[in-house]
Design a protein around this ligand. Structure first.
Ligand SMILES: [Zn+2]
Length: 69
C-alpha cells in the first residue's frame, strides 16, 4: 500500500465515522404539506413501527429522530 492509498483509507474511515455520529444526533421530524411525518434525512416515511408507535430511529436510514414540537 502506498502512503497515498493509506491516506485514502483513513479518509474513507473518517467519513463513515462522521456519518454514524451525525446520524446519532437527533434531527427534528419533518412534515410534508399534508402533515405526514417524514424523515429529515431521507424524506421517507418509515417513522412508525407496526403498532403505529413513533420510532426513535428512521426505519430506512437509521437517522435518530427528535419528536419534540
Ligand atoms: Zn431516514
Amino acid at each position: 500500500m502506498t502512503s497515498k492509498e493509506a491516506l485514502e483509507n483513513i479518509k474513507k474511515g473518517y467519513d463513515t465515522l462522521k456519518e454514524l455520529v451525525e446520524r446519532d444526533i437527533p434531527k427534528k421530524v419533518c412534515y410534508d404539506n399534508v402533515g405526514r411525518s417524514e424523515c429529515p434525512s431521507c424524506d421517507r416515511n418509515y417513522l412508525f413501527n407496526g403498532r403505529m408507535n413513533r420510532n426513535k430511529y428512521c426505519g430506512y436510514c437509521g437517522q435518530r429522530l427528535d419528536w419534540s414540537e
